[in-house]
Design a protein around this ligand. Structure first.
Ligand SMILES: [Zn+2]
Length: 235
């Protein structure tokens, strides 16, 4: 079956760089001129929450390439991809965004914590103080994905947040397919994280895929494409 692809800008970073969203649909739908036009999604993929984790963006671009060229990948599903959540950080090669905020601690959760800007995981002066995290939250609220895959480095594991046992089952299947461990906790608290916001507080299964560093992207993508196909087949 042919896939229909549209992409457009859903927001801006602090510096004014585009946050691009790609939508692959099973049917031809009216042009998506603005974010409000985006229909509900089956799966949302997110890359480069942290600017010093470029492998996560590159993996999302490999995904975009294959979605363009191979109609069997994601067949029958409506998929969304934001390959670069933190374009300012990617440009600066920093974990945080241009205002020195860790976007993965800037979500409005019950456990969000105030912290000093010097701290490595500083979550902003307030929850949702940053345009990038607000943009992703609006996208998730509007499109209500059935599954979210958020890519990071460098721990080589699958961390998961969301309703059980469904989320654990999806994480275990993904982890098994790439021979990584699946972990309910990453080993340290993550107040204000995207996984807390979307998975714990909104009940959307979130797999935080921690890629290893230093592996050839061709090899990494081959493994993760296989794992993605395994979990998409379960939806
Ligand atoms: Zn990260």
């Amino acid at each position: 079956m042919r896939k229909y692809h549209q992409h457009f800008c859903i927001g801006q970073s602090v510096q004014g760089l585009r946050l691009d969203f790609h939508c692959f649909d099973v049917q031809d739908i009216p042009p998506l001129a603005k974010r409000e036009d985006i229909p509900p999604l089956d799966v949302l993929f997110l890359g480069a929450f942290h600017g010093d984790e470029p492998e996560s963006a590159e993996l999302c671009f490999r995904l975009l390439h294959d979605l363009h060229h191979d109609a069997t990948l994601g067949e029958g599903l409506r998929l969304g991809v934001v390959p670069i959540v933190n374009p300012d950080g990617l440009l600066l090669k920093t974990r945080k965004n241009q205002r020195n905020v860790d976007l993965n601690r800037n979500f409005e959760t019950q456990n969000w914590e105030a912290s000093s800007p010097e701290e490595p995981y500083h979550g902003g002066v307030l929850p949702f103080s940053e345009p990038e995290s607000r943009c992703i939250a609006q996208l998730v609220n509007q499109t209500a994905p059935k599954l979210i895959l958020s890519y990071h480095t460098p721990y080589r594991l699958i961390n998961y947040d969301g309703p059980l046992p469904q989320t654990e089952e999806l994480a275990t299947r993904y982890a098994h397919a790439c021979d990584y461990p699946a972990e309910a906790s990453i080993g340290y608290p993550t107040p204000g994280s995207f996984g807390n916001w979307a998975g714990v507080e909104r009940g959307i299964p979130v797999l935080t895929v921690e890629l290893p560093e230093g592996e050839r992207m061709n090899d990494l993508w081959a493994v993760h494409r296989g794992a993605i196909e395994v979990v998409l087949a379960r939806l």
